[in-house]
Structure formats: structure tokens, C-alpha cells
Ligand binder design. Sequence first.
Ligand SMILES: Nc1ncnc2c1ncn2[C@@H]1O[C@H](COP(=O)(O)OP(=O)(O)O)[C@@H](O)[C@H]1O
Ligand SMILES: [Mg+2]
Length: 252
Amino acid sequence: MSIDNIVNSVNTTDSSLSVAGLTAFYGASQVLFGIDLEVGRGQCMALLGRNGAGKSTTMKAIAGIMPSIAKKISLEGNDIDGLPPYRIARAGLAFVPEDRQVFPEHSVEDNLTLAAKAGSALRHEGREDWTLDRIYHAFPLLLPLRTRLAGQLSGGEQQMLVIGRALMGNPTLLLLDEPSEGLAPVIVQQIAVQIGALRKAGTTILLAEQNMHFCLHVASHVAVIDKGRIVYCDSAQALRNNDEIKRRYLSV
Ligand SMILES: Nc1ncnc2c1ncn2[C@@H]1O[C@H](COP(=O)(O)OP(=O)(O)O)[C@@H](O)[C@H]1O
Ligand SMILES: [Mg+2]
């Protein structure tokens, strides 16, 4: 199927992301053992697990930036398994990796507008495009920083910028890898509020986290990953009440 068909095809599913039997290796060492995941449109699903459980590997495999084997990976009903990363991005997936890479020598605003150009091929019926105004409304702290060089921002500000930059490409699905990692609690709280607002605005999100408290504030659904396998999947509310799962897999 050509990329234009992928981008323009009519969707007949309420599933945003569907992953079945995802397996991945680093060299001879297997780290994912048949991951199944379904993220419905408009959901914020937390992929929760301890350090080393396989969260980043799962996201990199879905985004096509590391080799993997899967029975199926589809985005909005379109098969993206095996496509190169730029085509997966053009099909509507934005991946924000854990290392928060900004363009350090460019201003905040340039970081955002460069992404808008890259994402301008994506147009989705019935959805409002992200604009600079909408980004500054969603992340008000970025507005007074718009002429600042991105390399001079704090870790929390850079995290907001990379999420904003991803949104400027008008993705149908946003993959966020540990946005709270290494940030002060007050900043983590702000980012949680902003991700919660994105979810309320209808953005579909898959959020990798070790920090269960952060997740349970913002996620509608959770999948718990342990040693490369999904061991639990339910609503965030159900996990809140499940002390057994929290104790076994989430060190609480
Ligand atoms: N580049 C790599 N080379 C070899 N092993 C890796 C590499 N990256 C991660 N791993 C291993 O793969 C497993 C899953 O890692 P990862 O997906 O990064 O977990 P998480 O994001 O949940 O902390 C871990 O055992 C980790 O040590
Ligand atoms: Mg990780």
C-alpha cells in the first residue's frame, strides 16, 4: 500500500493502535516475548513496569526504530509493521523518546515550527490541527520562553517542548517514554496535568512509566509489563484497587 493510501484511507475501527505477538531481541538476547496491546481511540494507556521490563523496547519496536517481529502492528486500521520509521510517523504516530532531544541551537518556537513543516502532509478529517497558539495554550510555560534557545531550557521545559513538537505533526497517536523521569515532583505534577488535558481533548496516548502514581492520575487504562510480557491489562481504576498486582509487579 502506498503512503498516500495509508494516510488517506477511511478508518472503520475504534482501535487506534493494535499490537499482536510483538517479539524483539538485542543480539541473541530476547527481551519481548509476544506483546499484545490494544489502545482505543481517545484512550490514554499507561504501559507500566519496573526498570528493564521492556517498556522502551516496546515503544521503539512500534515506532519502527528497532527491528522486531510481530503478528500485527496496526495504526488506525493500517498495517505499519515493518515500515521504516519516517513512514510510520507519516501514518500518524509520534514517538517522544526518553532522552528528550531538542534542537539545542534553535529557539523554542523554531523547534515547534520545524516539526509543523515535517508533519504538514498529515491531514485528518474532523480533527483540529495543532498550531503554535494551541501548543502555548496547552503548555503555558513555553509561551514566555518562545525566543529562548532550546538548549538552555530546564529538563521539565524540554519535556514540554518535545511533547509540543510531537503534537505539531498532528499525530493520531502519541507515544511518550517516561516523561516524568528525572524531573522534580512539582514539574512532574505539571506534566501530569498537561497530559491529562491532552487526553480530555481527545488525544490518543500510550505512556510508558515506572511511576505508578503519575500514571494513575492521567491514564484511562493500564497495561503492566514484566520481563517482556504483558501480565495485566485493565482500567486505571481497576489497578488502583488491585494491591496484589501493584505489589507483585510495581514495587509498591
Ligand atoms: N541496547 C541494548 N542492548 C542490550 N540490551 C538492552 C539494550 N537496551 C535495553 N536492553 C535490555 O532489554 C531489557 C528491556 O529494556 P527496556 O526496554 O529499556 O526496559 P524499560 O524501558 O522498561 O526500562 C532490559 O533487560 C535491558 O537491559
Ligand atoms: Mg525505558
